[in-house]
Design a protein around this ligand. Structure first.
Ligand SMILES: Cc1cc2nc3c(=O)[nH]c(=O)nc-3n(C[C@H](O)[C@H](O)[C@H](O)COP(=O)(O)O)c2cc1C
Length: 368
């Protein structure tokens, strides 16, 4: 397998860590994917060899719509870091159950242990029943994001300053000095995502990376332009990652047949239940533009609208579409797969080298 290390402006690749059971599609189709540590360690090693730079863990406290078993994200991220040498692992954190002092301390230690390879995905929450189950207050949509913003400001403050003092509505710190600080300078990368106005505004002011659900290039461009314009006003730099459920096969027919199979075998009750919960979340943002606000039944068969990005086809088609995404401002593709280990391997062998070739050609053209 080739080791496709990317140069500075190259698209980066992340994969979803299957640390919850049931795979990434709500379908009864066979998914040769497993939530166990053993499977995930092998996957992480395969992914870093294949040219993936990041792995994204998920956080779930309770079952929902098929994800019956869920390994905790920070502990699991650490186990994956132990099994790898280059991969950066993103621990998913929910403000509410986690407090920024604990996260700052935990992640600083993991950063030391892993030689600077931990990152964080701050998720603002969409699953009300989960919060109710664990006795966490469920804030209104935009309040959840206001809390996430303070969470990120506090985290960055603790990681970079001595005698950190912060007076927020949700968090307070007084002359706090974390020792040791993380290895990564200025601090481990902070990802955060959604689609709503509030999620985009946080991206344009405090996050290092914005993650969003799968979508068409036109819709993604509108989101990215909006964020970049606001970020420029705030004098803030943010990079963009987009979800995609990738089905790469030798022929387009084969790839499309797999998608048809996934949808034909959709677990209808589970998809509808998931749809009800996330549609509430999507509509809950005042402007009604949240993730899933416009998702169809078919979109919802993949938890984060990953079919919409349309990375489904031959390696050539997928590589071209990835480069098109790059041209509208996408810096990272977050990939989900049906059969993770084998498809990550295929992606590394067949798709990634084509992406790098197309990027090299573009660079030559630009230099000519
Ligand atoms: C790439 C990505 C990963 C996410 N991971 C998680 C997760 O692990 N756990 C979780 O509860 N929510 C997760 N979310 C949900 C978001 O934090 C957010 O609550 C949701 O996208 C709704 O946002 P919106 O209403 O602002 O559009 C994720 C979202 C995205 C785009």
């Amino acid at each position: 397998m080739s080791n496709n290390t990317s140069s500075g402006d190259a698209v980066k690749f992340a994969y979803w860590v299957p640390n919850v059971s049931g795979g990434l599609v709500v379908s009864t189709i066979e998914q040769r994917t497993d939530w166990s540590l053993e499977y995930n360690q092998k996957l992480a090693q395969t992914a870093e060899r294949a040219g993936f730079e990041y792995a994204l863990s998920q956080i779930r406290f309770t079952a929902g719509y098929g994800a019956e078993y869920q390994h905790e994200s920070v502990s699991f991220s650490q186990a994956l870091l132990h099994a790898t040498t280059k991969l950066k692992v993103l621990a998913a954190i929910l403000p509410g159950p986690w407090n920024p002092a604990v996260v700052a301390k935990q992640l600083a230690t993991i950063d030391h242990i892993s030689n600077g390879r931990i990152a964080i995905n701050v998720v603002s929450g969409w699953f009300k029943d989960e919060f109710t189950a664990i006795g966490e207050p469920w804030l209104e949509h935009d309040e959840r994001y206001r809390r996430s913003k303070e969470f990120i400001q506090a985290l960055k403050g603790i990681w970079t300053q001595d005698n950190f003092t912060f007076r927020g509505d949700f968090y307070r710190f007084t002359n706090y000095t974390l020792s040791p600080k993380p290895v990564q300078k200025p601090h481990p990368e902070v990802f955060q995502g959604g689609s709503s106005r509030a999620a985009r505004d946080n991206a344009a002011s405090v996050s290092d990376w914005y993650f969003t659900n799968g979508n068409t290039p036109e819709n993604l461009k509108a989101q990215i332009d909006d964020i970049k314009a606001k970020a420029a006003k705030n004098n803030h730099q943010v990079r963009i990652g987009v979800n995609a459920f990738i089905i790469a096969r030798d022929t387009e027919e084969e790839a499309k047949a797999v998608l048809d199979d996934i949808i034909e075998n959709a677990h209808i009750e589970a998809v509808n239940a998931f749809g009800d919960a996330v549609k509430q979340a999507g509509k809950a943002s005042p402007e009604g533009e949240g993730n899933w606000a416009k998702s169809t039944f078919e979109d919802l068969v993949q938890y984060n609208d990953g079919f919409r990005t349309n990375l489904i086809g031959t390696p050539e088609q997928i590589a071209e579409r990835i480069v098109e995404l790059k041209s509208i401002g996408v810096d990272l593709v977050l990939a989900g797969f049906l059969h993770f280990v084998e498809e990550v391997e295929y992606f590394g062998n067949k798709v990634l080298p084509l992406v790098r070739e197309l990027e090299a050609r573009q660079r030559e053209k630009a230099a000519a």
